[in-house]
Design a protein around this ligand. Structure first.
Ligand SMILES: Nc1ncnc2c1ncn2[C@@H]1O[C@H](COP(=O)(O)OP(=O)(O)OP(=O)(O)O)[C@@H](O)[C@H]1O
Ligand SMILES: O=P(O)(O)OC[C@H]1O[C@H](OP(=O)(O)OP(=O)(O)O)[C@H](O)[C@@H]1O
Length: 212
């Protein structure tokens, strides 16, 4: 049987993913010593890991070229849902928040507000739920700059420790959602390779529960 192919988010989620895989007994030596390789064997022919940027993990799983993926709930909320989300992996914990310059009442006044975000869909849905008309400007990174430069009244961004906000004179106005890494599965793969996928998810779930 060919290995299950799993797309893993490069960067912040990588180390915890490898640690969790090792906890369930998968050999991750290739992942730990990957060099510039992007497709690597994991375990004893069980899995093939594909290292990708977060939104691309979703693209590969949605198109079925990867059976599974490890990706943050933030990316899922922003980029799509044509797959099954089967497990909260418990790491990569952070949250979405609306933030604004310290001491400024974001909600005051009648002028249309402008908000910068790397997650425009999340931001748009948040303000729609409040029935507020807000102009959203997409920014690719260091979103905290936008209000500092006078481009926006606030930001919708990820907050983990709160240090970036604090050091840039911003504060949380409202928390929007909690975020952690999730195991996602292509819908056809879940039918065709149900037993293997469910067995893997069960092992991961047991390790997550045991590790707490
Ligand atoms: N403090 C944090 N900031 C951003 N993401 C975090 C944080 N803590 C956990 N995460 C999770 O880690 C995932 C990957 O973040 P990472 O910064 O490695 O990649 P990225 O958001 O694509 O940024 P970059 O474009 O810099 O690679 C996020 O999608 C999120 O689920
Ligand atoms: O609450 P904190 O612990 O300070 O973490 C939150 C910060 O980390 C992320 O930025 P990242 O480092 O990924 O850079 P980016 O803004 O360029 O995406 C996020 O966008 C915040 O800026």
């Amino acid at each position: 049987m060919k290995p299950l192919r799993i797309a893993l988010t490069k960067g912040r989620l990588e180390k915890s993913t490898v640690e969790l895989f090792e906890q369930i007994g998968l050999d991750c030596s290739c992942l730990r010593d990957k060099g510039r390789k992007l497709i690597l064997p994991v375990g004893d022919g069980e899995l093939e890991a594909v290292l990708a940027k977060a939104p691309d993990v979703i693209t590969y799983v949605e198109h079925g070229v990867c059976d599974l993926g490890v990706v943050g709930k933030d990316t899922i909320m922003e980029h799509g849902s044509h797959f099954f989300e089967i497990l909260d992996l418990g790491f990569g914990r952070c949250g979405f928040a609306l933030a604004a310059p310290r001491g400024v009442d974001f909600y005051s006044g009648y002028r249309e507000k402008t908000v910068a975000s790397k997650y425009p869909n999340v931001a748009r849905r948040f303000f729609e739920s409040k029935k507020m008309d807000v102009r959203i400007i997409r920014i690719e990174g260091s979103v905290e700059l936008a209000p500092l430069l006078g481009l926006s009244d606030g930001i919708v961004d990820i907050v983990e420790t709160g240090v970036t906000l604090r050091e840039n004179g911003l504060e949380v106005v409202e928390r929007i959602a909690e975020v952690s890494a999730r195991l996602i599965v292509n819908s056809a793969s879940l039918k065709l390779r149900k037993r293997e996928i469910e067995a893997l998810a069960a092992r991961l779930e047991a390790a997550i529960k045991g590790g707490n």
